[in-house]
Design a binder for this molecule. Sequence first.
Ligand SMILES: Cc1cc2nc3c(=O)[nH]c(=O)nc-3n(C[C@H](O)[C@H](O)[C@H](O)COP(=O)(O)OP(=O)(O)OC[C@H]3O[C@@H](n4cnc5c(N)ncnc54)[C@H](O)[C@@H]3O)c2cc1C
Ligand code: FES
Length: 1234
Amino acid sequence: MISTYEPASKKIRHYSANACLLPICSLYGAAVTTVEGVGSTKTRVHPVQERLAKCHGSQCGFCTPGMVMSIYTLLRNHPEPTSEQMIAALAGNLCRCTGYRPILDACKTFCKESICCQRKTNEKCCLDQEDDLFDKEEKVSTRLFSTDEFQPLDPTQELIFPPELMRMAENQPKRTLSFHGERMTWISPVSLDELLDLKASYPKAPLLVGNTSVGPEMKFRGVFHPIVIAPARIPDLNVVKCLDDGLTLGAACSLSVVKDILTNAVVEFPEEKTKVFSAVLQQLRTLAGEQIRNMASLGGNIVSRKSTSDLNPILAASNCMLNLGEYVSAFRQAPRRENALPVTNAGMRVLFEEGTDTIKDLSIFYGGAVSTTVCAKQTCRTLIGRHWNKQMLDEACRLVLKEIALPGSDSGEKVDYKKTLIVSFFYRFFLEVSQSLKTMDPCHYPGIPMEYRSVLQDFKTKMPQSIQIYQAKPSQSPQDPVGRPVMHQSGIKHATGEAVYVDDLPSVDGELFLAVVTSSRAHAKIVSIDTSEALKGPGVFDIITAHDVPATNEFYYSDDPEIIFARNKVICVGQIVCAVVADSDDHAKQAAAKVKIEYEVLEPVILTIAEAIQHNSFFEPKRKLEQGNVDRAFETVDNIIEGEIHIGGQEHFYIETQSVLVVPKGEDKEMDVYVSTQHPAIIQEMVAASLGVPANRIMCHVKRVGGAFGGKLLKAGLLASVAAVAANKTSRAVRLILSRGDDMLITGGRHPFIGKYKVGFMKDGRIRAVDAKYYINGGCTPDESVLVAEVSLLKMDNAYKIPNLRCRAYACKTNLPSNTAFRGFGFPQSALVTETWITGVADKVGLSPEKIREINMYKENEQTHFKQKLDPQNLIRCWNECMEKSAYYSRKTAVNEFNKQNYWKKKGIAIVPMKFPFGLGTRYLSQAAALVHIYTDGSVLLTHGGIEMGQGIHTKMIQVASRELNIPMSCIHFCETSTTTVPNACASVGSAGTDVNGMAVKDACQTLMKRLQPIINKNPKGTWNDWIKEAFEQSVSLSATGYFRGYNENMDWEKGEGQPFTYFLYGAACSEVEINCLTGDHKNIRTDIVMDIGCSINPAVDIGQIEGAFVQGIGLYTMEELKYSPEGVLYTRGPDQYKIPAVCDIPEQFSVSLLSSSQNPYAIYASKGIGEAGLFLGCSVFFALRDAVTRVRNERGLKKTFALNSPLTAEQIRASCTDDFTEMVIGRWRGGSV
Ligand SMILES: Cc1cc2nc3c(=O)[nH]c(=O)nc-3n(C[C@H](O)[C@H](O)[C@H](O)COP(=O)(O)OP(=O)(O)OC[C@H]3O[C@@H](n4cnc5c(N)ncnc54)[C@H](O)[C@@H]3O)c2cc1C
Ligand code: FES
């Protein structure tokens, strides 16, 4: 939070800002409050920090300080904010773990309005429901935290603005400031004259106000400015003048200041004078996030955002005095509703001849379309004198499309979508103005049909309402924490910024920083590497290549190797070729940019699945599963459909990027490796192998990981090896923290997927035969691609019995960065294919998708397609409960009703079941160990092989130890996961962490209790400390290991049968959405999830996993889109281009219920592993969108069968809602009414 003091008004302004973009020199005279300053465990934890943690708003904790600062800043300005202000304050913060619901729950406790759900189900709101639910046989609870525990927010206790800064501002005359750094000079003048002089002296120096445009260019695009001029302190540039005929705003005013001023002006000025203000405000509401708006200046937006400025089109269009009979509007469509640059935006204005609908003047401006804001001048001129009617509209669309010529684009942007938006926006303006004309003169102007009106309202983000229901344990001993919604054991430390991640580790003496140099070619021979310029760079220590690897550079886990440094050739863009070590991160990066690599391109370059098929390029083995007689079944069915669906990949986007610090210990080749990984043992193994030392010299330590989702396994091992080789060569500690761009470029993600299917079924909807082929894009090295392909086959049946089935899976070898594990591991893709053909069958037989789902769902004790037994009772319970809780049928009727009454907006609803098999396929992968020490003061130190990456495993393990040892959780501490305490631990993957480590912790605790039992028996009234003291005096060992051998799982791929899974999780989700047919935008209205996760060990953690995974699933299926150049260069390399769900994307009503009375004999305390399953349920939103699109198409008499791919973006939705505008764009329009 930045605080500044303005002596003239004596006002203090507090605002949040993005630290990474904020130039330190701009802070002269300002006070900065960081999360550590807000509160700490050593002094006082601030209510914001406390509530975020206690409401379970922190999982991995990496985003938490940012959340704290956004909320804290808002509260400093508005101690009792509205929920609207709260939502706006968080629009610029991203969280990849929680799905935002618990964060918003914490926020609600500060808001003025009631925190209740305000959902009147059965005339009751959430706050009354619990008592009701308790009356039933199954006791359930809806409380995950207790507000009684919260400290009150007392604004008088906040830090004050430093008086010395206040004095400084008041007493010091303003003078030009200059700051000189190693490479840059910052000059901040205080008058316009000075500014002009400076500009004359340094014509190339940019003016820098918020740095939100210049900053990213310097940071990410290699632009360098030795001198910058910062004019923000010049009074003329901050002027705000209210005059009778309008407002004058200085160019250095921040967009937030502009927003505040316009908001006030709209209230104060007469309505006809504020139309432009309202239109600008409309854009400002969703332009960037609050932090950016606080820094970004009005002048900067106008000057720097040539094409994507949201303000330019509307400011340009309204360049005039306003009169009666004049209408102004602004429009935008972005890949995400908030905090995303627009795909296209527009500003439009029309002035009519007095008292008529004859156009006197018209301005139409578009942004985002070409490289600058463009004006449809010719169109506007031609339309002057025309009446505002349908003929004018037809002609306007035709003219504007002709005039705004969009060049073809190679950056993956779809020109047709932009063109469609260009005409759709004009149509929307047409509707708005037509309606306003009617309001002005209802006798003359008919206005627009009732069913068109809803499209005049844009979707707005509202504070979501949510409810979580889980089975309560009223009869359990109050001391036993198992089954209770215990807070994440690091929650408070996350919120105070005290939690230590790799990059927080203090620097080690002589430490070096490493920057990687990556290939710019997808497939090429390395002709030469010229490091001479790089080596001359300041602070550069050395350059590391494959030749410096003492032992293994290529790891053969299968036929093709995983590679640390490219040796003679590169096989993807982003492959690490060499690395620079220097005395600072900046120096290393600057030098890395100077390494010159010469390539000779090799053929073929295979990027897509289609190209891999064409070149027969696959990783072996290919897999197949078959049951029944597929060919014969196809001969007997009533109907057959065939189709395919493309599912895009997904970037993990863990908020903590890959990070490692390697510290050589100076003797016996020992090294400490501090690394952000899910699998310390493989890091140890790979580092040892690359250095050629025994594993016992490499000590791997993981305190916590800022999100992983499958992305920190092998890839983390390769990066740790890079750093270890550098540390070995230089004998110095080496730190490697990947930038977001490099992380996205290098490390791969979820596999892009193509599913091809042929499905045979009867008229009544019974599916008899399926023949499917799955292709996954594995990228350039095998990683776990074959395993992902196998899992996609094993889980493809989802919830359905398919009597005759043949499916094959192929892992394609391409020249993309190697793809890897990602939450769900093949299931989210293959089950989406299944649900797609389910809806295809429904379309064909004329039944609803839910009917087809019910008809084909597993019903009683049955066998899967690989002959594993399953009892689907809880699947059916989840389905029925979800139907009931979501009030599916009555809501479907309401959706139908809405759709009848609305033409350009449509709703859709879908319910999807899920069977998620749990297992790792083989016993040794699920073994686990734990180590428990009891110290003589009674305190317990616990460790195990699991990794804390936000999923709350350590919290759950402490709960387990607390129950087993019968002592409070506060007596038990977890320090770190390390290869020194638990050797050979399996990776924390496949939802298995709690299951297997829980068993090991229980085993260790039970061993200790067995040893203590004679002492307890002798002194049953003694305390824990008495017994421990006595045990020590009797020389009883107070340390024990615990072990779990793993699940007896197997799979015989030759026979196509086995028991690869130990048990099944079940669930169902119902989602409702609303789409805007003119833009393709959508809003997630409501989701109800019912999940069977056995007996939850910690409902808060488990519900957090379900919600977080669900929202990540929404990202996968509806918005996250990776874009590559035709040469295989990833374009989407940061939050700017790649959009993960934000607060605006979560359902406005969101309920999660855990199925009660579910037992699981196979896992610890009858629980079930829950990390991954919820992700797939995100596809209920995909199918709700599909439902909405289907309704549009049905109404318009369009072709019944149509294909939708994932992610189902606004662009695809718009293209599928075919209308006159889309037809105009693709040239099929033959004129007529639009
Ligand atoms: C994460 C993020 C999201 C964003 N989302 C959006 C969005 O949705 N819509 C949108 O429209 N924009 C968006 N932006 C862009 C943002 O609005 C602009 O970067 C910002 O307005 C630029 O202002 P600044 O003061 O930070 O410019 P700076 O970076 O300080 O300067 C930018 C340029 O403007 C020039 N300049 C600045 N002030 C003046 C002046 N007074 N006279 C002449 N030249 C001047 C400078 O010389 C420089 O070339 C986003 C930016 C970020 C980082
Ligand atoms: S808790 Fe938000 S990113 Fe992990």
